[in-house]
Design a protein around this ligand. Structure first.
Ligand code: AMP
Ligand code: GLY
Length: 422
């Protein structure tokens, strides 16, 4: 079968790399992909949010399954588009429909879902222009810092954490008055939770699920978790504190009630769920749901999967995931994200990347890269993820850092302390 992966980041390169290893797959297509995916499979120039272009690609390349990497096409209803089309309805698409994607696409929906299903999460209230006068009294009920979230997708910028109550109130009002456009027409205000975060992933066919390896992502741009939030500067898997007893709590208090909640609310969810969790004194709480895999988490989670990933995707498509087998490597995998200096602020693109051919004992997953003639150029903030395996986290990190040092491009930057807190 030919498979199409939608997206253009390190996550999609990792998916393409893994699926290309499946005996059941003839050709891997990536739309639009990046320089790295063009070496792993075949890139198709398309916009994943333009469903007609996606359909064209499915027809032109005899695609038998579509895997959606990023959230935007899911929230915009690509799964529904497939189900409503006479031809596409027979092509399985991995990723939830519009209804299921609200777990990520609407913070208010996600918080309501968590509450209805008694899943541990921070106390919250939701506001719109009709109840703004209640913002201040609610903030007074909370202890600072205050966590303020635009309801909809806001390109990763929709969460603001503030210490000052005046500033917090102003932020809520700014969001409600259009700071993030329609994404802020509702705003969730919630209690700040103190603890260490981790990312937990499952794949589900809507009835049963498989637990994928967990990971820890390093979101801050600076060493020691300082500076601005980014899409992620590195990741490690497994996460040492996510031991058997902690993961049993995650299963019993979070994952199982989520799956049962989806079933009870009539949501047929076929795809990945990413649980953004925080460990508060040994108990897991949900910070957020995402309707997709994480990035750069995928660059460590996917290399830890031993089984044929396509077999699991087929289980999702056919609704018999329970009969499929998921085997995982015990090894550690770490990834270091090489970024363009200045990211997540302004940065230059089009820098020549050299040294990729020197890399040994690591896998290089491309994110913001493009091909120009016979050169590979930078084309984004996050450029390349260097993933390595080791018997210990230290061993894996040493390999990632050694190989990261062999790669260069103008104004390269990366954190040198990934895993420092574990
Ligand atoms: P989100 O987009 O919901 O993942 O939020 C972005 C980041 O804000 C998270 O990764 C956390 O670091 C932080 N955050 C969100 N909600 C809370 C909370 N209730 N308590 C503490 N930190 C939070
Ligand atoms: N690394 C966090 C995310 O993918 O949202």
């Amino acid at each position: 079968m030919n498979i199409l992966i939608l997206g253009s980041g390190g996550r999609e390169h990792a998916l393409a790399w893994k699926l290309a290893q499946s005996k059941k797959i003839s050709k891997v297509f990536i739309g639009p992909g990046n320089a790295g995916t063009s070496f792993t499979g075949t890139n198709i120039s398309l916009n994943p949010e333009n469903f007609m272009e996606v359909k064209r690609a499915v027809l032109d390349h005899d695609i038998g399954m579509v895997v959606v990497g990023p959230e935007a096409p899911l929230v915009a209803g690509i799964h529904d588009y497939f189900l409503e089309d006479d031809y596409l309805r027979n092509i399985p698409l991995i990723g939830p429909d519009r209804c299921g994607a609200r777990l990520e696409g609407s913070k208010e929906f996600a918080k309501g879902f968590l509450k209805r299903n008694n899943i541990p999460t921070a106390a919250y209230r939701s506001f719109d222009l009709s109840n703004v006068e209640e913002v201040r009294p609610f903030l007074k009920e909370l202890d600072p810092p205050y966590v303020i979230k635009a309801d909809g997708l806001a390109a990763g910028k929709g969460v603001v954490i503030l210490n000052d109550i005046e500033e917090a109130e102003k932020e809520v009002l700014d969001m409600l008055h259009g700071k993030f456009g329609k994404a802020g027409s509702k705003v969730v205000v919630e209690q700040f939770l103190k603890g260490i975060e981790l990312s937990v992933f499952i794949i589900t066919d809507g009835h049963s699920y498989k637990l994928l390896p967990e990971a820890k992502d390093y979101k801050k741009a600076g060493e020691g978790d300082t500076g601005l939030n980014t899409g992620g500067m590195g990741a490690v898997s497994p996460v040492p504190f996510a031991d058997e007893s902690f993961m049993l709590k995650v299963k019993e208090t979070i994952i199982d009630p989520t799956i049962n909640g989806l079933i009870n609310e009539g949501i047929v969810y076929k795809g990945f769920i990413f649980f953004g969790l925080i460990n508060v004194n040994g108990d897991p709480f949900v910070i957020e749901y995402n309707a997709r895999l994480g990035d750069p988490e995928s660059e460590v989670v996917i290399p830890r999967i031993k089984s044929d990933l396509f077999d699991l995707l087929e289980g999702v498509a056919e609704g018999n995931l329970q009969e499929r087998c998921l085997e995982v490597y015990d090894d550690y995998v770490t990834t270091i994200m090489l970024v363009s200096g200045g990211y997540p602020g302004t940065y230059k693109k089009g820098k020549v990347i050299s040294g990729l051919d020197k890399v040994n004992n690591s896998v290089v997953f491309h994110a913001g890269t493009m091909i120009s003639g016979d050169e590979v150029l930078t084309s984004g903030g996050r450029v390349i993820a260097v993933s390595s395996r080791g018997k210990t986290m230290k061993e894996a990190l040493a390999e990632s850092y050694h190989n990261a040092g062999l790669i260069s491009f103008g104004n390269i930057y990366y954190r040198t302390d990934i895993g420092f807190d574990l």
